[in-house]
Design a protein around this ligand. Sequence first.
Ligand SMILES: NC(=O)c1ccc[n+]([C@@H]2O[C@H](COP(=O)([O-])OP(=O)(O)OC[C@H]3O[C@@H](n4cnc5c(N)ncnc54)[C@H](OP(=O)(O)O)[C@@H]3O)[C@@H](O)[C@H]2O)c1
Length: 256
Amino acid sequence: MTPVTLITGASAGIGGELARVFAAHGHALVLVARREDRLNALADEIAALGRPRPAVLALDLERRDAVAVLAADLSARGLEPDFVINNAGFGLSGAADVLDRNEQLGMIDLNVRALTELSLGFVDSLARHRGGILNVASIAAFLPGPGMAVYYASKAFVLSFSEALHQEMSGRGIRVTALCPGTVLTEFQARSGMELPGIAKLFEIPAARVAEIGYDALMRGQRVAIAGLGNKIAVALMHFVPNALLLRVVDNRKRN
Ligand SMILES: NC(=O)c1ccc[n+]([C@@H]2O[C@H](COP(=O)([O-])OP(=O)(O)OC[C@H]3O[C@@H](n4cnc5c(N)ncnc54)[C@H](OP(=O)(O)O)[C@@H]3O)[C@@H](O)[C@H]2O)c1
């Protein structure tokens, strides 16, 4: 079986940049998302630079059978993951009791369920290739988020789960890193229906830089990578602010 780096959510934003960074470092890739035309355009772009053309799989990862379909597809192509990059995810902005219930549950299916299944589904091949898992969390993982309650909670899961896996899998030679970006201008904002507060724009980091930070952290075997000095300071300060105050500051329902 040929080793490949599996990247979810590669059709846009941070995932597309992660694909470019991994390809530039010589990784063979499998790109997964729903929009096949976008994945093929990125695969063509990478091939045009003289790299092997990534394999492309159009798949809705909210589907219950998605990881089984993905595993069968890889196996039919004679591929097995050395690295799994769980990047696909979305948020929804608004009060949890007002937002569409099924969309919020779909967010959990993608941000939590698929990420968990993909993290656990290829452990033997990750160990064989001494590879790893990069799970894209967020600085939202460090606090509750009124106005995006399910999203923040999903990222808290990603951070907690990834840190625990980092410890559990170190004995098998598998690196596990949680990447925590702050504001990155991508399709994320439009998809989640959020309006960025001015302060968030101050800490904005380009997706390409976030991808480099994630790549370097994973290769170094770092447990958690918070992208950017401003975000590192913000997360450190959160420990000193009482939750009651933090919740009022974060609450973005006012801006809807
Ligand atoms: N942008 C930010 O400010 C920010 C900050 C912190 C963390 N993050 C996290 O970073 C990750 C990437 O976000 P981004 O900013 O790059 O957002 P984005 O530009 O909206 O990209 C999201 C990616 O996920 C894919 N995706 C969405 N739903 C999917 C599904 N059901 N099945 C398969 N793929 C799906 C999308 O592809 P298709 O639509 O083609 O399926 C797209 O490739 C997410 O986990 C997000 O939570 C983002």
